[in-house]
Design a protein around this ligand. Structure first.
Ligand code: AMP
Ligand code: MG
Length: 358
C-alpha cells in the first residue's frame, strides 16, 4: 500500500467524528445529510454555483473535502462524490434515499487516468476513441486501484466514463481525481436534465449544484462490458451512443447479456456475496462464528462502525466482507443494524449476501 493510499484509507475509514476533528475543512461542510441517526438532521445549505472558473474551483474544493456536488454532463446531471472516499460515496446513497447499493459509474478526465483504475485491453483502446461522450466501459479493476469498495459495490470490475460536457470536464480536471456520479435525483424519480430539476429533488440534501444549463443528450450513457475473458464486448445498457457506432469502431458485433455469462446490469445488485454464510441480527456470537460488529460489540473481529454511524458502516461494508472472507471464516454473524437511512441499503445488501445460494 502506498503512503498516499494509506492516508486515504485512514481518512476514509476512521470514524467520521475523528476524521472531522482532525480536518477542519470537513467540519465546515456537513456531509452526512440523513445517514447517521433517526434524529432529525437540519437540512444542508445547498449552494447554487455558476459554471465559471470561480464556481468550478469552489465545486472542486468542496468535492476534495468529501462534499456532494451535482454537475452537468451531456447525458443527465450527476451527483458527484470523490470516488476514493467511502464516506463521500455513502453520502451519495443517503442523499438519493437509495434503498440498495448499486455500483456507480466513475467519471474521469483522461484515458491516462482511466488506466489507473482498470486493466486495459485492445478493445478498450478502440472504444476509448469514442470518448469523451455518453459511453461507459466496464473493465476489470486494477489491483492497485484506490477506488472505495462502495463505489463498485465490492465488485472487481469498474465502470468508467469520460463525459463530453465542458463543465464536467473542467470540474474533473480541476478536482484532479475520479468522481463517482449516479444521476442527481431522489431514488425512483426521473433523471434531471436541468439544474432546476436537481434543485427540486435534492435541495437541502447535497452541498452544491453547479449550474451548466440543460443537458443535450438527456439519455443515460451506453454501457459496454469488457470483462469477458475471451475479449468480446457486451452491450449491458443501450443509451446515448448508438450501438452501430460502437460496432463500427470494434469491427465486431456486440454481444447481448444473454449471449455471455457475465453479469448483466439488472443482476448486479446481487453480485458480491462472501464465501462465508451470514447470520443477520445476531445478538450474540455462536461457537464457530466470526462477528461483524456494529456499534458496541466487544467480541467483533471487525466492526462496521464502533460509534454506530451508518455512513461509516456503509463505507466499510464491502471491505469488511472481503477481509473476513480472506480470513477463511466459514460463518459470519452480523450485529443488528437499524433499518433506517443508509441502514436500509446495508441490510438489503446483507440480506442478499445471506440468502441461500443457488
Ligand atoms: P447509472 O444508473 O447511470 O448510475 O449506471 C450505473 C450502472 O452502471 C449500474 O447499474 C451497472 O449497470 C453499471 N455499472 C456501474 N459500475 C459497474 C461495475 N463496477 N461493474 C459492472 N457494471 C457497473
Ligand atoms: Mg438514475
Amino acid at each position: 500500500m502506498t503512503a498516499e493510499r494509506k492516508t486515504r484509507w485512514q481518512t476514509t475509514c476512521a470514524p467520521l467524528s475523528r476524521a472531522r476533528s482532525r480536518d477542519p475543512k470537513l467540519a465546515q461542510h456537513p456531509i452526512n445529510p440523513n445517514a447517521a441517526s433517526r434524529k432529525a438532521q437540519s437540512p444542508l445549505h445547498t449552494l447554487r454555483l455558476s459554471a465559471d472558473i470561480d464556481g468550478i474551483t469552489r465545486a472542486a474544493t468542496l468535492l476534495r473535502d468529501g462534499a456532494l456536488v451535482a454537475f452537468p454532463t451531456e447525458t443527465v446531471y450527476g451527483l458527484g462524490a470523490d470516488a476514493t472516499s467511502g464516506t463521500a460515496v455513502a453520502n451519495v446513497y443517503a442523499a438519493k434515499g437509495r434503498p440498495a447499493f448499486n455500483p456507480l459509474i466513475v467519471h474521469v478526465a483522461s484515458i491516462t487516468e482511466a488506466k489507473r483504475y482498470a486493466l486495459w485491453s485492445d478493445a478498450a483502446d478502440r472504444l476509448a476513441t469514442l470518448w469523451p461522450g455518453p459511453l461507459t466501459l466496464v473493465l476489470p479493476q486494477a489491483a492497485a486501484s484506490p477506488l472505495a469498495s462502495l463505489t463498485t459495490a465490492g465488485l472487481n470490475s469498474v465502470a468508467l466514463r469520460i463525459p463530453a460536457h465542458p463543465v464536467a470536464r473542467a470540474l474533473l480536471a480541476t478536482f484532479g481525481g475520479p468522481l463517482a456520479a449516479p444521476s442527481a435525483n431522489l431514488s425512483g424519480r426521473i433523471s434531471p436534465t436541468t439544474a432546476a430539476h436537481v434543485t427540486d429533488g435534492l435541495t437541502g440534501r447535497i452541498n452544491a449544484i453547479l449550474d451548466g444549463g440543460a443537458c443535450t443528450v438527456g439519455l443515460e450513457s451506453t454501457i459496454i462490458g469488457l470483462t469477458d475473458p475471451d475479449g468480446s464486448a457486451t452491450l449491458l445498457r443501450p443509451g446515448g451512443l448508438p450501438q452501430n457506432m460502437i460496432e463500427d469502431v470494434l469491427d465486431a458485433a456486440l454481444k447481448t447479456p444473454d449471449q455471455t455469462n457475465i453479469t448483466a446490469p439488472g443482476q448486479l445488485a446481487s453480485h458480491y456475496a462472501p464465501n462465508a454464510s451470514l447470520r443477520l441480527n445476531a445478538a450474540e456470537v455462536d461457537p464457530g462464528e466470526t462477528l461483524l460488529g456494529f456499534g458496541q460489540a466487544p467480541n467483533a473481529t471487525l466492526n462496521l462502525s464502533p460509534s454506530a454511524n451508518l455512513s461509516e458502516a456503509a463505507a466499510n461494508l464491502f471491505d469488511h466482507l472481503h477481509q473476513l472472507d480472506a480470513t477463511g471464516a466459514a460463518r459470519i454473524a452480523v450485529s443488528p443494524i437499524p433499518e433506517h437511512g443508509l441502514g436500509q441499503a446495508i441490510n438489503d445488501r446483507l440480506r442478499r449476501a445471506a440468502a441461500p445460494r443457488g
